[in-house]
Design a protein around this ligand. Structure first.
Ligand code: DAH
Length: 351
């Protein structure tokens, strides 16, 4: 055998390795070339019989062929391995577009609560939350709501059954627990735990035993706000609420304050914005009035300050409360409050 034969073996190897299409075929090929009695061992076995001057060159060529064979087999092994991984998932079409994972989103009420609170945070308010289970004291008495007030009636407030819990630390058994009917009790909590100056907004769930219809729900959301300091005036309330209305409903919105009564504010007002549908001309949404009621407000009643231990001669303050669902319904033209709570993705995906 000569160098020419080595070239021939190399060519043959190239052809055969190209034709291999299974691991088993590749293994047979490996044995044929690199096995103990394979073609390459036969070549090296011939070296001692060659003339002295040819041995070195022949040996080098045989060795080069051996290395070439090893690397070709390795390469083939890799490409066969990839194909078999794909074959394992039979029916897998790696050319298909990937399944797009639907991203979640915030509930429209959460979005509007965040938006409204952000407006007040920019004005220097801090955001505080309170518990949904409240005492009768915080929900009514502390807010100057008299015992005979209709909102205290069991038809208007969800009372909890008295507990048999002997760890109950509340001062009197007459201070029943209830599901808060508004966010105003957080005024009492915040003012009792902090000294003025105070500027706070309180978003949260409230509960009332109302029959559910297009505009009522037994659970809904409010945002309460209040500010207490020396020299706070009604004009401060007007300025703050105007900034809120413009930020949420647009720069050319108008506001008006109508005298009203709330036990916890004096004077009190109901606040309207110009109708965002008809711009004040009168339409079915505003009942031809041109105005939409959006919140209640007023100057904090001295009796409330007395309950929390503030000196009403030293401090004044304003408070306001709004229904979040109502604001969202007006802003987005939603005509049924139940849509917020039914978890219908066709509705929720629009926000
Ligand atoms: N708590 C009142 C309600 O639920 C709303 C309200 C009115 C809150 C006037 C206030 C306020 O803080 O000053 O109807």
């Amino acid at each position: 055998m000569s160098s020419v034969d080595i070239e021939a073996i190399k060519n043959q190897l190239g052809l055969e390795i190209n034709a291999v299409n299974s691991s088993q075929g590749l293994e047979e090929l490996r044995i044929k070339y690199l096995g103990r009695k394979g073609l390459i061992s036969q070549l090296t076995g011939m070296i001692p019989g060659l003339p002295q001057e040819e041995r070195a060159a022949f040996g080098q060529k045989a060795n080069a062929l051996k290395n070439k064979t090893l690397s070709l087999i390795e390469e083939k092994q890799r490409s066969l391995g990839q194909v078999s991984a794909v074959e394992e998932f039979s029916g897998l079409d790696i050319g298909l577009p990937a399944i797009v994972q639907d991203l979640g989103r915030l509930h429209p009420l959460t979005q509007i609560i965040d938006e409204i609170c952000a407006v007040f945070v920019r004005l220097g308010f801090s955001v505080v939350e309170g518990p949904e289970i409240e005492t009768e004291y915080n929900n009514f008495t502390g807010l100057n709501i008299p015992l005979e007030h209709p909102s205290r009636d069991a038809f208007d407030t969800f009372y909890l059954k008295p507990s048999n819990n002997t760890n109950d630390q509340r001062p009197t058994t007459s201070d029943r627990l209830l599901l808060r009917s508004h966010t105003s009790p957080v005024q009492i909590r915040a003012m009792k735990s902090q000294k003025p100056p105070l500027a706070v907004v309180v978003p949260g769930r409230v509960y009332r035993p109302d029959a559910v219809d297009a505009s009522h729900s037994f659970m809904f959301h409010q945002i309460e706000g209040f500010m207490v300091d020396k020299g706070i005036r009604f004009s401060d309330l007007k300025g703050v609420l105007e900034a809120f209305a413009k930020a949420v409903f647009g720069e050319d919105i108008k506001m008006r304050f109508r005298p009203h009564f709330f036990p916890f504010t004096e004077p009190s007002a109901e606040v309207d914005i110009s109708c965002i549908i008809c711009k004040g001309k009168g339409c079915s949404v505003c009942g031809r009035k041109g105005w939409l009621e959006v919140l209640g407000a007023g100057m904090i009643h001295p009796n409330v300050f007395k309950h929390v231990g503030y000196n009403a001669r030293e401090y004044t303050g304003f408070a306001f409360g709004m229904g979040v669902e109502r604001i969202a319904m007006l802003k987005y033209g939603i005509n049924d409050i139940r849509l917020f709570f039914e978890n219908d993705l066709r509705f929720l995906r629009q926000f």
